[in-house]
Design a protein around this ligand. Structure first.
Ligand SMILES: NC(=O)C1=CN([C@@H]2O[C@H](COP(=O)(O)OP(=O)(O)OC[C@H]3O[C@@H](n4cnc5c(N)ncnc54)[C@H](O)[C@@H]3O)[C@@H](O)[C@H]2O)C=CC1
Ligand SMILES: O=C(CO)COP(=O)(O)O
Length: 527
């Protein structure tokens, strides 16, 4: 095996890293006495290592990497990982590039980061080895306002990265009739002919490699990356139809904001999808208004993805079907820290490793900045529960109070979200996600000042009608997730006898039921 260290300029951890290599070096020489090579990309005058088997180079060149199997990034590469790599006796067929952040190196190899944050500081283009026989096929399940926007941006990415992804992106469309230019046609036909979703994302040109498909099973066929993006109330039915009809090693990303409550059990949507389909599914959420992003106004988002251990084999380069490198199957754990019931099928090695780098590449656009984290709970609950708070803010503003009152509601709402996460997901929640990420406070602010749940609950109070009525008459088929989320969360809390610990959530549910008045909101804040 030949290991190459890359671009360690400014890395305070390099001495430590070198010590690690030297300490395991004898093993390396025993098994394969070729050279261990250091490579630095930009610092001239690199001091040569006193060790005989260490060589240094200056200036990157394609040829310099051709005979190497692993390229390891600078920075704080954890010792166990490095030992793990060096322990492998078989050279890996594909050269594996790691980008120059420690986090992206660590992530595929299942090393716990001290923080919830595994942010990619640079484009993951470097991760594309270009030497894999298969490419990832992407399908988007859902084509509403956000569904179509996300489909647009990933189709732009697949077009730009033909080495990693198949160009065409399938988008499943819940078929309906639309009238365009005085003619009534199927929405899918209109999207494929005009390259616009005239019903849910009017006026936005879609890439021609985005294909609308009315057949759910056909759209998902052979996809290795499934992006779920539809109102949460429909996901159960979608999963029932997809079960057994997707690749066993497909992976998911849920862009859905909501939770699943069944039999008084609460589940994150991404984990519900994973469990139903026997796959692993992460979550994307952030301060994201679809129409703004569709118009390519810049914003940021957060993706929570815990690369399953069984998918780390390519990153390890060990040639085994599992990241442990010794042929044993390492279990994946859920957001409650429990081993998942499903035995995941690893993504085959002839695909680029499906990890943070690949997902970062897929979702990043110049107008869409992606932060990768591991806290699935924080990202999912932040996105779901802020919709209840947004409704409360709409009620407050519709009532005639203004920004200062809304700020009080947002603050109270965030406290209840954090309390909820701590109470029901104490094992893995990282409250920092809610403070620091777009999926936390960012989403709260935008949702309570500019998004649909806020806008239409305000309208409901102003017009003196129910919010459900407004949804029916004003939204042209779009859905307000806050109504059902409020209902589901409240029934879950009631069933456990803890609803009084969440007074804002309880009050919103009461207002939706017509049992409580908006005037009662300030009473929550009186000690
Ligand atoms: N619109 C936005 O700005 C953002 C939305 N989200 C989240 O994205 C998710 C999807 O929302 P949008 O794309 O905005 O949807 P939407 O509210 O714009 O559209 C509703 C969608 O539901 C579909 N639908 C209707 N009946 C159906 C059925 N029986 N089965 C399956 N699908 C059916 C419609 O065809 C349409 O695609 C939601 O969880 C939302 O909270 C997240 C960030 C931004
Ligand atoms: O999630 C959103 C903003 O981040 C969009 O929220 P709405 O569904 O209320 O428009």
């Amino acid at each position: 095996m030949i290991l190459r260290l890359v671009d360690y300029k400014k890395s305070a951890n390099i001495p430590c890293l070198l010590r690690t290599i030297f300490s395991v070096g004898p093993k390396l020489r025993d098994t394969d006495p070729r050279r261990l090579s250091l490579f630095h990309c930009s610092t001239p005058g690199l001091p040569h290592s006193p060790r005989r088997n260490i060589h240094s180079h200056s200036g990157p060149s394609r040829r310099a990497f051709s005979s190497h199997h692993l390229c390891v990034a600078r920075s704080s590469c954890p010792t166990p990982l490095l030992s793990d790599i060096l322990d492998h006796q078989r050279p890996a067929p594909p050269l594996r590039w790691y980008s120059t952040t420690a986090s992206s190196f660590a992530a595929p190899l299942n090393t716990e980061q001290p923080s919830h944050r595994r942010t990619h500081l640079q484009s993951a283009k470097m991760t594309a080895p270009g030497s894999f026989r298969r490419k990832h096929k992407v399908a988007v399940i859902g084509s509403g306002n956000w569904g179509t926007t996300v489909a647009k941006l990933v189709a732009e990415s697949t077009n730009e990265h033909p080495d990693i992804f198949e160009k065409d992106v399938q988008m499943w469309v819940y078929e309906e009739k639309v009238t365009v230019d005085g003619e009534t046609r199927n929405l899918t036909e209109v999207i494929n002919a005009k390259h616009q979703n005239t019903k849910y994302l009017e006026g936005i040109n879609l890439p021609t490699n985005l294909v609308a498909n009315p057949s759910l099973v056909d759209a998902a066929k052979d996809a290795t990356i499934l992006i779920f993006n539809l109102p949460h109330e429909f996901i159960g039915n979608i999963c029932r139809q997809l079960k057994g009809n997707i690749l066993p090693y497909a992976r998911g990303i849920s862009c859905i904001k909501g939770v699943t409550v069944t039999d008084d059990k609460i589940e994150l949507i991404c984990e519900f999808i994973g469990e139903q389909l026997d796959i692993y599914c992460g979550a994307l959420s952030g301060a994201n208004i679809a129409s703004e992003i569709a118009n390519e106004n810049w914003c940021e988002t957060t993706i929570a993805y815990n690369t399953p251990p069984c998918d780390r084999h390519v990153a390890n380069g060990n040639g085994h079907a599992n990241g442990s490198g010794n042929g044993t199957y390492e279990e994946h754990r859920d957001s409650r820290g429990k081993i998942i019931k499903t035995k995941l099928t690893p993504v085959p090695q002839n695909y680029p490793p499906l990890d943070h780098d690949v997902l970062h590449t897929l979702f990043s656009r110049p107008y869409f900045t992606v932060s990768m984290v591991s806290d699935v709970v924080g990202v999912s609950l932040g996105g779901a529960l802020k919709n209840i708070v947004a409704i409360a803010c709409g009620f407050v503003e519709g009532h005639g109070w203004n920004m200062t009152a809304k700020t009080a509601v947002m603050r109270r709402g965030m406290l209840e979200i954090i309390q909820f996460a701590r109470e029901f997901y104490p094992e893995t929640i990282e409250p920092a996600t809610l403070w620091e990420e777009s999926a936390g406070w960012g989403d709260m602010i935008v949702s309570c000042t500019a998004a649909r749940n806020w806008r239409y609950s305000k309208m409901a109070v102003e017009r003196g009608v129910s919010i459900q009525e407004i949804e029916r008459t004003e939204l042209n088929g779009q859905k307000l997730q806050g109504i059902s989320t409020s209902r589901e969360v409240s029934s879950f809390l009631r069933a456990r006898g803890v609803e009084d610990k969440y007074p804002l959530f309880k009050l919103v549910d009461g207002i939706l039921d017509g049992k409580v008045n908006v005037n009662d909101i300030p009473s929550l804040f009186r000690k």
